[in-house]
Design a protein around this ligand. Structure first.
Ligand code: NOJ
Length: 552
């Protein structure tokens, strides 16, 4: 046995993201809830899940489905009570799993008491807990920065005659972390949840917490009214000092798992984020492989995907740790965008699964991904729920623009695609609820659902179960060294994992064409660990979206 250094439970875990609003509705009000999740814990356990990441379940007016929090110490009414939460946590632990929550502290809701106080007067003691600024001389916004959710980052407040800053929606004012009282309040709140027994946090939008307002007006692209704000509000100097404080006064005191949402971080500056010594978090979600916030990706580019992920694998080797994911509540369904949800639905869902899942890092599965849920067939822009699209729609409409073109722009890539109710069975509303849910169920629930796939030994669900068991069967899948094979192959993503004298080969054709793998490895086919076709493997003729794992 090869001795592995620096073993950690969170490196060996398989995580599953629950978007509670759309997971399971226990009280039939059309909205998923905590008791609904409790009902499905055995399902998650049976799938092989170790860690559940629960998207925000705190009190919220739901401008951004819970990412706008009005009370960090209370549960959203639609989701249940604190007693329900306590029971959930206890049951998760009883079943040998862990629960991590979403820490949303770049901003609060405008209905949070801190903000209500802050906006009440110019000299309120909490005025400086948020960013307030005077209008320019002509009365316009203090600068020309654009919100990530479209429009200006500034909203005028009649009462005090100043503007407040919001990187996301106007109901999500940004907290001013420059103020030590704010940092203390955040840290106290985190410790309150840790003392309750939660097992960690996914940390929302954390690269945006520091802004460099001194940069003033930025340059506006020709087709825009406001200036994209990344240069002034992503990964700014000084941010790491605040995170160090959070680590010292909270994170380092507990045996927990942390994953930062780190848009804008690249592998070369990853050390301060996830480095063994310098890192503030165990791992981060990076977005280089997704093109986050980009709309209208046309064709999936296998070569770029490989290059990006290879860079992360090699840069973090022996120094940090990756979080592996292809879907979440902000991303469309990958089987529809990267795969082929028609002719190669099973093959493309499973090939993409094996390829990302067996790299070095902690894999995350987003609810429904494990049954190959697909994008929603949007037919009109009015169907969207996402605040970001709704803002854009309003702006385009006000400017007399082409709202129909917006539908085309967002149909494949918008965030609502992944927020449709979970498809449990083929009864009305997919077994998610007994009433019409808050967002329509994808009409394909009669064919794509958990119950049907549980009964089918060749289902995507069964493939995920096998994949998870395989990952857990040997340290090589967690700790083994990653090396690309046939790096320039533009169709096939292939790599080895090596631990001591053991080696496994993971291959996935990520196209709908036949492909060939060029390798000098001596590949014997007597120890195939996983395969999504029931035919013989031929390295010179790898079938569309064929994937396999072979022990060498
Ligand atoms: C990132 C979250 O994943 C997204 O859903 C949310 O809208 C923004 N942060 C703002 O909290």
């Amino acid at each position: 046995m090869t001795e592995v250094k620096d073993k950690q439970w969170w490196k060996e875990a398989v995580a599953y993201q629950v978007y509670p609003r759309s997971f399971n509705d226990s009280n039939n009000d059309g909205i998923g809830d905590l008791r609904g999740l409790i009902e499905k814990l055995d399902y998650l356990k049976d799938l092989g899940i170790d860690v559940i990441w629960l998207s925000p379940m705190y009190a919220s007016p739901n401008d951004d489905n819970g990412y706008d929090i009005s009370d960090y110490h209370a549960i959203m009414k639609e989701f249940g009570t604190m007693e329900d939460f306590d029971e959930l946590l206890e049951k998760v632990h009883d079943k040998g799993m862990k629960l991590i929550l979403d820490l949303v502290v770049n901003h609060t809701s405008d209905e949070h008491p801190w903000f209500i106080e802050s906006r009440s007067s110019l000299d309120n003691p909490k005025r400086d807990w948020y960013f307030w600024a005077d209008p320019k001389e002509d009365g316009s916004e203090p600068n020309n920065w654009e919100s990530i959710f479209n429009g200006s980052t500034w909203e005028f407040d009649e009462k005090t005659g100043q503007y407040y800053f919001h990187l996301f929606s106007k109901k999500q004012p940004d907290l001013n972390w420059e103020n030590p009282e704010v940092r203390q309040a955040v840290i106290d709140m985190m410790n309150w949840w840790f003392d309750k027994g939660i097992d960690g946090f996914r940390v929302d939008a954390i690269t945006h917490v520091k802004k460099t307002f001194e940069m003033g007006d930025l340059s506006i692209p020709e087709d825009k009214k406001y200036a994209p704000v990344y240069d002034a509000a992503t990964n700014q100097p000084g941010l790491q000092d605040w995170l160090q404080q959070v680590k010292d006064e909270s994170l380092s005191k507990y045996d927990i798992m942390t994953v930062g949402e780190a848009n804008g971080v690249n592998p070369y500056n990853a050390d301060e984020w996830v480095g063994r010594k310098n890192g503030k978090f165990n791992m981060i979600f990076q977005f280089e492989h997704l093109g986050l916030w980009n709309t209208g990706e046309s064709q999936f580019d296998v070569q770029s995907y490989k290059n990006v992920l290879n860079r992360w694998q090699k840069e973090l080797e022996n120094t940090g740790w990756n979080a592996l994911f292809i879907e979440n509540h902000d991303q469309p369904r990958r089987v529809s965008t990267w795969g082929n949800d028609d002719k190669y639905w099973y093959e493309s869902a499973t090939s993409h699964a094996a390829v990302y899942f067996l790299q070095q890092g902690t894999p995350f599965i987003y609810q429904g991904q494990e049954i190959g849920m697909t994008n929603f067939p949007f037919t009109s822009i009015e169907q969207f729920n996402d605040v970001s699209v709704k803002n854009e729609y309003r702006i385009v409409k006000e400017d007399g623009g082409d709202t129909e073109a917006l539908l085309e722009k967002h149909r494949m890539e918008n965030r609502d695609n992944s927020r449709t109710p979970m498809q449990w069975n083929n009864s009305a509303y997919a077994g998610f609820s007994e009433v019409d849910p808050w967002f329509p169920v994808n009409p394909n629930y009669t064919e794509i659902n958990v119950e049907q796939q549980e009964a089918d030994p060749n289902s995507i669900l069964q493939f995920y179960k096998d994949l998870i068991q395989l990952k857990k069967s040997d340290d090589i899948y967690t700790y083994g060294e990653f090396n690309l094979v046939d790096a320039e192959n533009s169709k096939v993503f292939a790599y080895t994992r090596t631990l001591g004298d053991k080696k496994v080969l993971i291959v996935g054709n990520l196209t709908d064409e036949t492909a060939k793998l060029n390798t000098s490895l001596d590949v014997q086919f007597d120890n195939i660990k996983l395969h999504n076709y029931d035919t013989e493997i031929n390295l010179s003729e790898i079938k569309p979206f064929e994937t396999f794992v072979i022990s060498l």
